[in-house]
Design a protein around this ligand. Sequence first.
Ligand code: SF4
Length: 364
Amino acid sequence: MTLPSKTNSLPLTTEKKAFLLSIGTANVDHGLIPATRKSTAGPSAGSEGSVFIYSGGHRIRLSLDKNSPVRIQKIDSKKADSKKTDSNNVDFNYAGSNHVGSDEIVVLYENEPIVTGKIEKVLAHCPEQAYINLSEKCIFNCKYCTVPLLQGHTKSKSETLQIIQEAFDKGKGNVSAISITSGVEESPEGELARVMQLMPELIKYGVPIGVSIYVTKDGAQHLKDAGAVEVKFNVEAASPEIFERVCPGLSYEDVFEELKNSVAIFGKGRVYSNLIVGLGESDSDITKTVEDLAKIGVIACLRPVFENKLRSGECFMERPSKERLLKLYEIQKRICEKYDLHPEKSETMCSKCGGCDLVPFSDD
Ligand code: SF4
């Protein structure tokens, strides 16, 4: 096998990102990335950390898994082209930016090089953002999510502020947002109160703040009044029937209702909702839900399901194929165009990061 000698020789295209997302994992050479914390939020909680690759102006996050068919290796710098002024060299154009590390890497699939790029520095959870999960516990029991099984730690206010300050210190002027998420330790209202206590401290940083917590009555208005600029409330499933099966005890209608209220408060395109792909829904279910959300001014984040072993057998979970992800991406772009929605202009959270999903227009 001959490894590529130039960092920019194999950029991360939309197709390659879809392919890598369909796998979702990578086996990263020992010592190539700094120790990463285990994921603590959402369906992938408990997984062995992750790696962020920046290539061709795009980002992808892959979960670490030593059995993955995707391997990430360092390119031998002696062999790498040192001509850093090459106008096609997207990665070198970002070399001065401190979210991209200096290691030049190649992503291999079954020993064939498919992408070259660089590994990004993670500030708190992801690059360029201080993204904090407040409560690693949940009283609900969504069948695809490991948080309720792990029942982890809830961060105190001072702990959270310390992590945020450390992210800003590490980011050295390159922190574009603060994003907050949380499980549910005791009640959704309790999580809203936890965020509200933090907000006066967070706005002092002068960057956009996004919040994604479970819905509460009037929660969006409180968050807006406190200074949040974007919110995310997750519908999770692409039909009420699947939602009822995988999120027992929760209300699909409540989430939609709060999304509608949130658009009235934050404005069209400032409200987001995760929609998991791979819970047994059809493409037309996804299309309908993306359009139902778009009609009320909400941007969907199409998230490939993470088949966490701790939840195997509890509900249908199948990572979507590259072809399916590309098809849904095109559908989502058409819907965004029709309703004049712009995920590429997001200021916080997942559409801003783009590591886990194809983000319409950003990933073209
Ligand atoms: S897309 Fe969202 S969940 Fe994925 S790494 Fe980025 S911020 Fe985290």
